[in-house]
Design a protein around this ligand. Structure first.
Ligand code: DI6
Ligand code: FE
Length: 405
């Protein structure tokens, strides 16, 4: 057998999960081989016939090798910043009040509409580079700051272009139902626009991999979002939801039980029925501790209940200018452990195989298995727990995307 590249002498954390939900043991003196961008061997070096027949052999000298990390919930495409608003919040003005008085998401909408596609690309690429420096090889990117057909499409074109030009895989999410745009006073009328104008047109341009919506007092009601999801379903597009972040409205339960949502995200206020609905539907719970931290929230997601119910837990940055201006997935892992009580192993599963599942890409990425894409992160650490432990160190040695790197 002839390989393109073989990485030898690694300590492999495969991300494969056994029957009891427990990850495989570390494979010492392990090898990963790549052929045509896909993993063609993974396991102990002894099993490979010697001498190894490969165009390139890289000795990683005992370093930890994991699947490339996956950030399954970001709003990385946006323009400007909201540091002024942050200062107001530090002085005691609540996030929801700022949103209701025309700031918040609406202020980023103004900046995104003003920005050219090129400007938006340059600003977003900078944040994407920071994510990549943490070993990220796949990123989900949402729209939601355009809030009309033209600007939502502009955001998702930028997202696609980032995926074409930045050595990273991008999964796009249409989040037209993120907020009501400044020019519109009626939420139902805006939802009509999302369903009849934005969604069909942007889907027609091939820009939508999934559809998301924000169920919240400052966002939309369960009934309004149900209409958006019905429209997505008719087009055959999978859905996910921002739900129970600041209050319990039942968005997660609706999305899971009625639409088999890929994921339900935030979930600080999720109740028992919501937990059961996620478990039954196989919906991934995406935890976003950056937003919890940055908004100084106190209500934590019901991690013990989710775990007991067997709901897969993912962890993401929620990188956005208002509630989580964070471009470090390793920091999100640390926060998931320190703030929400995940174990370091759970945090790592949360940015690999469970994040892949939240994007319906678990057959292609998220673990070191033959046939999957050869996306790897090679780390200057001894143990997997160190990935979530070091703050601000960025222990990445090398990032491999589709066999390159
Ligand atoms: N929840 C969030 O945390 C972000 N969007 C959402 O639905 C916040 C977006 C922003 O404030 O710009
Ligand atoms: Fe978000």
């Amino acid at each position: 057998m002839s390989f393109d590249t073989v990485w030898t002498n690694g300590r492999l954390w495969t991300g494969r999960v056994g029957k009891m939900g427990i990850p495989d043991q570390i494979v010492d003196r392990g090898c990963v081989a790549c052929t045509a961008g896909k993993i063609s061997f993974v396991g102990r070096s002894e099993v490979l016939p010697t001498p190894i027949d490969a165009k390139r052999i890289i000795d990683v000298e005992g370093r930890l090798v994991t699947p490339g990390l996956i950030d399954c919930h970001t709003h990385v495409v946006y323009a400007g910043h909201r540091a002024d608003e942050w200062r107001m919040r530090l002085e005691g003005c609540p996030y929801q009040q700022i949103a209701r008085s025309g700031g918040g998401i609406a202020s980023t909408v103004r900046k995104v509409r003003q920005a050219s596609e090129e400007e938006l690309f340059i600003q977003s690429a900078r944040r994407l580079e920071a994510l990549k420096a943490d070993g990220v090889t796949t990123v989900e990117i949402k729209s939601g700051y355009g809030l009309d057909a033209e600007n939502e499409a502009k955001m998702l074109r930028v997202a696609r272009r980032l995926g074409q030009q930045c050595d990273v895989s991008v999964s796009t999410t249409f989040l037209g139902a993120h907020a009501v745009p400044p020019e519109c006073s009626d939420k139902d009328a805006y939802i009509d626009d999302v369903i009849t104008r934005q969604l069909p047109r942007i889907h027609g341009e091939g820009l939508i991999d999934s559809v998301d919506a924000f169920v919240e007092g400052i966002g939309f009601s369960v009934d309004q979002v149900r209409r958006v999801f019905d429209a997505a379903k008719r087009l055959g597009i999978p859905v996910k939801v921002h739900a129970e972040q600041m209050s319990l409205l039942g968005g997660a339960q609706m999305a899971a039980s009625e639409f088999h949502a890929l994921s339900a995200d935030h979930l600080e206020y999720l109740d028992d029925e919501g937990v059961s609905a996620l478990a039954r539907a196989g919906t991934v719970a995406v935890l976003l501790p950056g937003a919890f931290y940055f908004l100084k929230e106190t209500q934590k997601p019901p991690v013990d209940d989710l775990r007991r119910a067997g709901v897969p837990l993912a962890v993401a940055t929620d990188c956005n200018p208002g509630s989580s201006p964070m471009s470090s997935l390793l920091l999100a892992m640390n926060m998931a452990c320190t703030l929400f009580g995940l174990t370091p192993d759970e945090a790592l599963l949360g940015v690999t195989i469970h994040a892949a599942r939240a994007l319906r890409l678990d057959h292609e990425i998220g673990s070191l298995e033959i046939g999957k894409r050869c996306d790897l992160a090679i780390w200057d650490v001894e143990t997997p727990a160190e990935l979530a432990y070091h703050l601000g160190v960025r222990p990445l040695f090398r990032r491999v995307w589709r066999g390159n790197g």
